[in-house]
Design a binder for this molecule. Structure first.
Ligand code: FUB
Length: 319
């Protein structure tokens, strides 16, 4: 792998979702800011209020260009705080899927539509029915069907759900996220899986109930909850490489980006390799994009902010 380089040093951006639209590279990042909220395990300090779109005319361009604000928290009727990771897919129009907290403090996934890849994006008045947790990744398959993969542990609230239903009580919901341990499987039980669902033809809802995207070891056994070096934590990324479905994710508290492969979009996905080791900061989040016949890894770290985990900078390297 090549050395990573910073591609947008002029502002704090993270969680890059890179795509080629119309021959240009568009990057959909989270827009970090200093909110003054103390750092907590539940991620309250990641208190973002808008999304920008970045563009590169070529992969060798030194700095990405800022296309400006594409969507603001104040314009999303249902969202109250924390605009976290987003992704964009093209299907005649451009559809942005994003995570934010609603009035009850639950993460939901919203959709917003634009005529151009740089936006502006117009949000639906309500989150996608049946959506929960964070980090949506929108993947368009060769047949034109679009799938959404999502989920994230701890502050991302995935541990609160089983079979797409919240299993926490209203009282537990008011507790700090430290109740997460009680809600996660035992270390020798299968890990919680990210969720995958096909999107409806109009792109505004789920076409089916979300299913588990199961990640297995080489023998076909699901990765275990105690396998912190490999189990799914957050940052889903689904793409196709040479006809094979590639799913990659962050292991969260062990800070790796790992990759698994499958012949079917729904999986199961077999664990293959690490793509990235721990970076400066806590979160490790990435996106992969093919440009000029090569695969590129976009990610972030907190080195330029002196290790402040909530102020992250975008990086790029060839895979
Ligand atoms: O940017 C906020 C959150 O941090 C993302 O949703 C996670 O994936 C982590 O990068």
């Amino acid at each position: 792998m090549s050395e990573a380089r910073y591609i947008f040093p002029s502002d704090w951006m993270a969680d890059p979702a890179p795509h080629v639209f119309g021959g240009k590279i568009y990057i959909y990042p989270s827009h970090d800011r200093e909110s003054g909220i103390p750092e907590r395990d539940n991620g309250d300090h990641f208190d973002m209020v808008d999304y920008h779109v970045l563009r590169m005319d070529s992969i060798t361009q030194e700095r990405a260009e800022d296309c400006g604000v594409a969507l603001e928290l104040a314009d999303i009727p249902w969202a109250k705080r924390q605009l976290w990771d987003s992704d964009v897919v093209e299907k005649r129009k451009y559809y942005m899927y994003f995570s934010a907290k609603d009035a009850k403090g639950a993460f939901r996934i919203g959709v917003a539509v634009a005529d151009r890849p740089e936006g502006p994006f117009t949000p639906d008045p309500e989150p996608i029915p049946g959506s929960y947790s964070i980090d949506p990744c929108a993947f368009k398959d060769d047949d034109g069907e679009v799938y959404l993969v999502f989920g994230g542990l701890w502050g991302g609230q995935l541990q609160r759900y089983r079979n797409n239903r919240a299993v926490f009580t209203a009282e537990e919901d008011t507790l700090p996220v430290d109740n997460r341990a009680a809600l996660e499987p035992e270390p020798d039980e299968p890990a919680l899986s990210p969720k995958i669902t096909k999107l409806s033809q109009d792109m505004h809802s789920f076409a089916e109930a979300p299913k588990d995207l199961v990640i297995t070891d080489e023998s076909g056994a699901p990765l275990l909850a105690g396998d912190h070096d490999r189990r799914f934590f957050e940052a889903s990324w689904l793409c196709k490489k040479g006809g094979v479905y590639s799913f990659s994710w962050s292991t969260g508290d062990t800070h790796f980006i790992c990759e698994a492969e499958s012949d079917s979009v729904y999986g199961p996905y077999v664990y293959k390799r690490r793509l990235l080791g721990p970076q400066v900061g806590w979160t490790t989040h990435h996106g992969i994009c093919e440009v000029d016949g090569k695969c590129w890894l976009f990610h972030h770290d907190s080195a330029p902010s002196g290790g402040r985990t909530w102020l992250r900078s975008l990086k790029l390297k060839e895979l």
